[in-house]
Design a protein. Structure first.
Lengths: 234, 219
């Protein structure tokens, strides 16, 4: 119970601080953020957009880990865990796409411009979509678990290409791209201590939130299957 | 050698019906003519022809390559195959067949395409050749594995391009880029990084396929 209250307070603090703390030219007080050339007031999205896209990848990673676990042990609980992780992953993926696209309207002038990062988040959406389409196409439980586990592993192998290779070799607008000179590596050099603190608090807060939701999600899937099995048996 | 026997069996049964070859040939003609009709008398840039080239290759591959495993499920012969050969052998046989099919298909596409599109002029032939070879190998590997998944998922034909597209996307994006390099006449030394990506993709996918095929194939 205590950590739920802690999480609530943490996320409240992050939301208020992320939105309300002012961005000034030369920060002197602890609650002031520095002015980053090329990002200006738009820089505040980092507290909400980066954690969602981080969780998209974490969710996909967990889904793949439990898929491997399922292929090794053939335990349907692992399939439920993988499924719950992917369900949350697609929610965070949509959130990251939408927040990023709204942000890019104000920062770059258009909602969508096929920046490498946008291409890669779009590919992730496609992978999630294809994965759920595959799951819904198969009736038998074991077969569904096996085939979707295999697909999730193959799809995960393409993720490094999208997340880590493409944005670095292709020129792009996104902060942190290969040819980015203004906004550079933001996390290391351009943010001051208070900005970094809130950024990492936000990452931690969202990650805890994710694990809590995932825990509830997979438990409810396992319970649902248990009840289904009891009902069909008699 | 068992995998070669399996390849021969597929090859002979294909020659008997010519289903995949005929439908692929027709598909290529249809796809190219749709693009030609939609372009009309417009002048398109050479860079765009490189992109359209891979669009045709992707959809032709999607229309023909799922046959390898779907035909086994349709004829009900997959159980026999499971009894007489190990999964790796079956996969090698099917991969060989699909490789031949992809190379044949793409040579035809390239010939037709360079005849019908005046703007499609390759300046760096060696780069285009390397892209072509590595790209085709990648398409054959990924689509063979996805075909196996589709066949086991009850031969849902519409799912095939849906499942293959995200897997093939890194390969296609990089190949489109390499093709535009070849059209612009960029020297190979500058395209080295992209070539390495395509090669890595092929290696990653073939190792993953051999590891994962066991799980798909065994019921």
């Amino acid at each position: 119970m205590i950590w739920k209250i802690f999480l609530f307070l943490l996320l409240c603090f992050v939301s208020i601080a992320g939105i309300a703390f002012p961005i000034v030219q030369s920060p002197t007080k602890w609650y002031e953020f520095p002015f980053i050339l090329g990002l200006e007031q738009n820089a505040k999205i980092i507290f909400f957009h980066v954690p969602t896209s981080w969780l998209t990848v974490i969710a996909f990673l967990m889904s793949t880990i439990f898929s491997i676990q399922y292929l090794r042990k053939k335990n349907l609980d692992d399939d439920a865990k993988s499924y719950a992780a992917a369900q949350l992953g697609i929610i965070f993926c949509i959130l990251a796409t939408v927040t990023g696209s709204v942000w890019s309207k104000f920062a770059w002038g258009s909602f969508w411009s096929w920046d490498p990062r946008q291409t890669s988040i779009f590919a992730l959406l496609l992978i999630y979509g294809a994965w759920f389409a595959l799951r819904s196409a198969i009736e038998s439980e074991d077969k569904r678990a096996t085939l979707s586990a295999v697909y999730s592993i193959i799809a995960f192998l393409t993720v490094p290409f999208f997340i880590f290779i493409m944005p670095r070799i292709m020129t792009g607008l996104h902060p942190g791209s290969a040819d980015d000179t203004n906004a550079g590596p933001i996390v290391d050099f351009k943010m001051n201590f208070s900005m970094q603190l809130i950024f990492f608090l936000s990452m931690i807060g969202f990650t805890i939130l994710y694990f809590w939701m995932w825990n509830l999600g997979y438990k409810s899937i396992i319970l649902k299957e248990k009840i289904n099995r009891q009902l069909t048996r008699g | 050698m068992k995998s070669y026997a399996l390849f021969q069996k597929d090859f002979h049964s294909e020659l008997r019906t010519r289903y995949a070859i005929n439908s692929l040939a027709m598909f290529i003609i249809v796809a190219i003519s749709v693009i030609l009709f939609s372009i009309g008398n417009e002048n398109i840039s050479p860079g765009l022809t490189g992109g359209l080239f891979w669009v045709i290759i992707f959809f032709s591959a999607m229309s023909g390559l799922s046959r390898a495993f779907v035909s086994e499920e349709e004829r009900g012969t997959s159980l026999t195959l499971q009894l007489i050969a190990s999964p790796a052998t079956v996969f090698t046989g099917k991969l060989l067949f699909n490789l031949i099919l992809v190379f044949l298909m793409n040579i035809v596409i390239t010939l037709l395409y360079s005849m019908l599109f005046a703007e499609f002029i390759i300046q760096n032939y060696l780069l285009f050749f390397l892209t072509f070879v590595f790209g085709n190998i990648g398409i054959a590997i990924s689509s063979t594995l996805i075909a196996a998944i589709i066949a086991k998922a009850g031969s849902k034909g519409t799912l095939y391009p849906v499942l293959s597209f995200p897997i093939l996307l890194p390969l296609i994006l990089t190949s489109v880029k390499l093709t535009s390099f070849a059209i612009d006449g960029v020297p190979i030394s500058e395209a080295f990084f992209e070539l390495a990506i395509v090669l890595c993709y092929d290696i990653i996918m073939i190792s993953a396929s051999y590891m994962l095929f066991d799980f798909i194939w065994k019921d």
